[in-house]
Design a protein around this ligand. Structure first.
Ligand code: B1M
Length: 210
């Protein structure tokens, strides 16, 4: 089943991907397992083929669309595990300005939500000004900044600088993530932490609340 889902994503076959994911859920497979063993390997393979110039942009786009179709079915299942009675804290998250990648950020948002955090997902291409506005109104404990392009990583720094300018830097813990991001980069730009994946993001946020 996982191999079939991976193949359907690589084919950019939205309908087949959705049908397979529905079947996997109906057969009782764990949504997180479907995500980690079927969908993520599929989209990562598409990225590797793109890098090797065996895939071109249209194929990358259709693979992304197939992955999104899978996630639309899987994320509500992940969120069902949320325990509404214990908010673990407020978490604002978004992909930085100029960056349209939303798959990884949405997985992180869903896992945080499933772990009991009150999550405000601002979406993609979020400017520093918008982040600041949302921090002012939502007063979150945490801010998550996702960047998938080396060219948009500096926007994470911009948001941190804008927080300092607005006098908000010590009001919120800032975590960064995304494929090109590292703990060294997080340290360099003055973030409070780096999470390599959604599970690490949940652990980091929970640990910071202790
Ligand atoms: Co783009 N893209 N893309 N892309 N794309 C990459 C990132 C790339 C590495 C592909 C490659 O060349 N191998 C490359 C970047 C190279 C670089 O910067 N050095 C690239 C490029 C070049 C581009 C374009 C410039 C292509 C072009 O137009 N010529 C363009 C840029 C558009 C823009 O943003 N302005 C572009 C466009 C796209 C699509 C729209 C086609 C599509 C996105 C669809 C969508 O998101 N709706 C797309 C895709 C799908 C990818 C790859 C293949 C997959 C990304 C993904 O979803 N991964 C990607 C290659 C790759 O990463 N292997 C690639 C799966 C996801 C689960 O992982 O997003 O890493 P990830 O998220 C993880 C962790 O990083 C972490 O947790 C997540 C869950 O485990 N994490 C966080 C993420 N955010 C976090 C925030 C946190 C914490 C953890 O906060 C606390």
């Amino acid at each position: 089943m996982f191999e079939k889902i991976k193949a359907a994503i690589l084919d950019g076959d939205v309908e087949e991907t959705a049908a397979l994911v529905k079947k996997a859920l109906a057969d009782g497979l764990e949504p997180l397992e479907v995500l980690n063993k079927g969908c993520i390997p599929g989209i990562e393979k598409a990225g590797a083929l793109f890098e090797a110039e065996e895939f071109f942009l249209p194929e990358l786009i259709t693979a992304g669309e197939a992955t999104k179709a899978a996630m639309e079915l899987l994320l509500p299942e992940l969120r069902k595990k949320e325990d509404a009675w214990q908010s673990a804290g407020k978490f604002v998250i978004g992909t930085v300005e100029g960056d349209m990648h939303d798959i990884g950020k949405s997985i992180v948002a869903s896992m945080l939500s499933a772990a009991g955090f009150e999550v405000f997902d601002l979406g993609i291409d979020v400017s520093a000004e918008r982040f600041i506005e949302e921090i002012k109104t939502k007063e979150p404990d945490f801010l998550g900044l996702s960047a998938l392009l080396t060219s948009t990583m500096p926007k994470q720094q911009e948001v941190i600088d804008a927080l300092k300018e607005a006098g908000l830097r010590d009001k919120v813990k800032v975590f960064v993530g995304g494929a090109p991001v590292s703990s060294e980069w997080a340290e360099k730009i003055g973030a409070d932490g780096y999470a390599e994946d959604a599970v690490a993001a949940v652990k980091l946020a929970k640990k910071s609340k202790e």
